[in-house]
Design a protein around this ligand. Structure first.
Ligand SMILES: *Cc1c(COP(=O)(O)O)cnc(C)c1O
Length: 330
């Protein structure tokens, strides 16, 4: 992803903390397109990143800046994949890492965090509970907290997903982007990418941005609920539960920005049931050969439902994000 360095926070002559993140394939999926009854559908496979999710992009950017600023250590609360990614980039940079994760985090992801030499603390509850513990530890220890949207650089790395989609489509944009939304930085980052591409003239200044679609699980859908009420912010979701663990974020800090992106792009938000997520995780994998994560299955399920309901047009060109690898969840 550092081929986009001029658009990223990197100073002249500095080398980034990199493990080969980004440059993931945009896979044309004609059989999924015809199954859903749409003109064209691609899957952006983020499962091929280091530690198996797009979280690598944000952590590569954040750890690069943290190393330059000389932090003594890094701490993050996580639903799983952000902790694995931070563990990897912390190891690459030689910076100690502490991770707070819910005890229900998929065991494969917890094993990856341990294998990469980070200190892992599991907590009862959800990512919000992990966040409180992580902030208390940061205040005590001087470790720097890299929680979603509490520092400015992870979103810069995630921005590169949008730069890649534009480049892979020949510097034009798809009609619709379906993104499984937890904390929302992926979605906000891509929106920022497209606005910056307009500003530097790499896509037409007047070009219509893609409609952004937030996909969530019915067991934790604060953004979908707020969107349905046309609200400007989201109320915390009580008792969040879904096996798509990256989506188990009951009170995203970036709620206002996520909703603004949805409203300004004439977007959509909808939630899938656990059974729909399972069925479309399998459908995505069987139709494409991608080892899909449940979050990717959730995005496909929501896309399917919105096409059927006429809320996504059948002549649309759609990019569905598979944000992680299924192997982390077994
Ligand atoms: C973190 C995560 C998400 C949610 O992404 P946000 O950008 O925080 O909305 C979705 N899928 C997977 C696999 C994740 O790890």
């Amino acid at each position: 992803m550092w081929r986009y360095a001029p658009l990223l926070p990197l100073t002249d002559g500095e080398s980034p903390v990199s493990l080969g993140e980004g440059a993931t394939p945009l896979i044309d999926a004609p059989s999924l397109a015809s199954a859903l009854g749409v003109r064209r559908l691609w899957v952006k496979d983020e499962g091929l990143n280091p530690t198996g999710s797009f979280k690598a992009r944000g952590m590569s950017a954040a750890v690069t800046r943290a190393r330059a600023l000389g932090v003594p250590g890094l701490v993050v609360p996580t639903a799983g994949n952000a902790g694995a990614a931070l563990s990897a980039y912390g190891a690459a940079a030689g910076i100690p890492v502490r991770v707070y994760a819910p005890e229900t985090t998929p065991s494969g992801i917890l094993a990856t965090i341990r294998a990469l030499g980070a200190e892992l603390v599991t907590v009862p509850g959800h990512i919000g509970d992990a966040g409180r513990a992580a902030r208390a530890f940061a205040a005590d220890s001087g470790y720097f907290d890299v929680s979603t949207l509490r520092e400015p650089y992870r979103i810069e790395g995630k921005k590169t997903m949008g730069l890649e989609v534009a480049e892979q489509l020949g510097w034009r944009l798809p009609d619709v982007i379906v993104y499984p939304t937890g904390g929302g930085t992926g979605l906000i980052g891509m929106w920022k990418a497209f606005l910056e591409l307009q500003r530097i003239g790499w896509i037409a200044p007047g070009a219509r941005l893609p409609r952004f679609v937030s996909a969530q699980a019915q067991g934790c859908a604060p953004i979908v609920r707020a969107f349905a009420q046309r609200a400007r912010h989201a109320e915390p979701w009580e008792n969040p539960s879904t096996h798509a663990s990256g989506l188990r974020v009951p009170a995203p800090l970036g709620d206002r920005l996520i909703l603004r992106v949805l409203y300004e792009t004439n977007g959509e938000a909808a939630a899938a049931t656990e059974d729909e997520i399972r069925a479309d995780t399998a459908a995505l994998s069987h139709a494409t050969g991608i080892d899909a994560a449940p979050e990717g299955g959730c995005a496909l399920a929501v896309c399917r439902a919105l096409v059927a309901a006429g809320r996504i047009a059948r002549d649309a060109e759609i990019v569905v994000f598979n944000t992680g690898t299924g192997s982390s969840y077994r």
